[in-house]
Design a binder for this molecule. Structure first.
Ligand SMILES: [Zn+2]
Length: 113
């Protein structure tokens, strides 16, 4: 592999490892708020807070997981490394840093991140 090109097998390995990590994270059971018995108002409030924080983290993980899965599909389709917004190739250094990044740097900047 020459400089500046993407090694799809390496990308796949990183993606699969990340998918496993995210799935393990998301696989932890979350308690249903409706089935909780609260000892006190204060305990109830802190439990709700913790649950919301937990849910926010899960949302992030879920978004990451969907990006990882989209990147794996793109690898299979042979479109891996193509910006989902403008269709131009994503810089290999960018993919090396974050193998599941969906957009090129220009589009990511425009999207505000
Ligand atoms: Zn783009």
């Amino acid at each position: 592999m020459g400089a500046g090109s993407i090694d799809p097998e390496r990308a796949r390995a990183s993606l699969l490892a990340e998918r496993e990590r995210l799935m393990a994270e998301l696989g932890e059971p979350i308690e249903n708020p409706g089935q909780m018995t609260y000892g006190s108002q204060a305990a109830a409030a802190s439990q709700v807070f913790e649950q919301q924080r937990d849910l926010a983290l899960r949302d992030r993980s879920r978004i990451d997981l969907s990006r990882v899965e989209a990147a794996l599909r793109a690898l299979d389709d042979g479109t891996y490394g193509t910006c989902t917004s403008c269709g131009k190739p994503i810089a290999p250094e960018r993919l090396e840093a974050i193998p599941w990044v969906p957009m090129c740097i220009d589009c990511a900047r425009k999207a505000g991140r």
